[in-house]
Design a protein around this ligand. Structure first.
Ligand code: GTP
Ligand code: MG
Length: 258
């Protein structure tokens, strides 16, 4: 797919205000992340897609349970040299799709590492889907069984599907299921993603308050130090002044005597 594709702005589904969902696509290079994004957003497939550089951004708005949902899709680069950039995209994101290629065991191993990383580093409320892509090649070249993928997803409480960006199999459903789960989670009291974001923000605000409190106490110390330095300078000045006076006192009697 073309690198750094321009965000597409489809018309909002439904009349209500769109709920924005940041979604990140992760997985080994070549598993088909960009192809999935391209299939979902534009309904296209490119046999000769180039590896993504950095990340690409796409958007799509859909209607889920009467709620207009706008996906902000971050299609990350799977090449290892871009790994360090990934947290920038998944941090704070409420949704992620971890993609592997059903014809590649190494991509499944990499997907497991992504799951581990997200469970440790990402937002604990993140809705994650594990996707075994290139299902159209499964009959001839399958290397990871559907059961293996599903079991791994179940073990970590993730959504699971097998997709084909080439034929479009399950691509749309995967995004809709993710959105439905997020909308459901957001609507259920006591487990509200927006509430959690607010809590995270208030937590962050608390941290900022602590920082500013510390800053204030540093300010106080600075003022005390400044006062001490000024006092020292004042005392030194007085001593010098006193010395000059006493020198003059010694000088004048001598002059008078002459
Ligand atoms: N047969 C088949 N080929 C696919 C499918 N999805 C992607 N491909 C092909 O796999 C290759 C890699 O696809 P990309 O979408 O560029 O892979 P990627 O995960 O974005 O790779 P990076 O950008 O390097 O991380 C391309 O040649 C695609 O045409 C699929 O579902 N079926
Ligand atoms: Mg790509």
């Amino acid at each position: 797919m073309t690198q750094r594709s321009q965000p597409k702005q489809p018309s909002a589904a439904g009349g209500s205000k769109s709920k924005q969902i940041k979604l990140v696509l992760l997985g080994e290079s070549g598993v088909g992340k960009s192809s999935i994004a391209l299939r979902y957003v534009r309904g296209e497939f490119n046999e000769n897609g180039e590896a993504t550089i950095g990340a690409a951004f796409l958007t799509k708005t859909v209607n889920v349970r009467g709620q207009s949902v706008k996906f902000d899709i971050w299609d990350t680069a799977g090449q290892e040299r871009y790994h360090s950039l990934a947290p920038m995209y998944y941090r704070g994101a409420p949704a992620a799709i971890i993609v592997y290629d059903v014809t590649s065991t190494s991509s499944f191993t990499r997907a497991q590492a992504w799951i581990k990383e997200l469970l440790q580093q990402a937002n604990s409320q993140m809705v994650i889907c594990l996707a075994g892509n290139k299902a159209d090649m499964a009959s001839e070249k399958r290397a990871v069984s559907r059961e293996e993928g599903k079991d791994h997803a179940d073990e970590h409480g993730l959504l699971f599907t097998e997709t084909s960006a080439k034929t479009g199999l399950n691509v749309e459903d995967m995004f809709i299921n993710l959105a439905a789960k997020i909308v459901a989670t957001t609507m259920s009291p006591g487990n509200d993603i927006e509430e959690n974001v607010r809590l995270e923000e208030s937590g962050r605000k608390k941290k900022m308050d602590v920082v500013s409190t510390v800053k204030h106490s540093y300010c106080d110390i600075n003022i005390v130090l400044k006062i001490l330095i000024l006092a020292l300078m004042f005392i030194t000045l007085i001593i010098h002044f006193w010395k000059v006076i006493s020198d003059l006192a010694l000088f004048f009697p001598k002059t008078n005597a002459e």
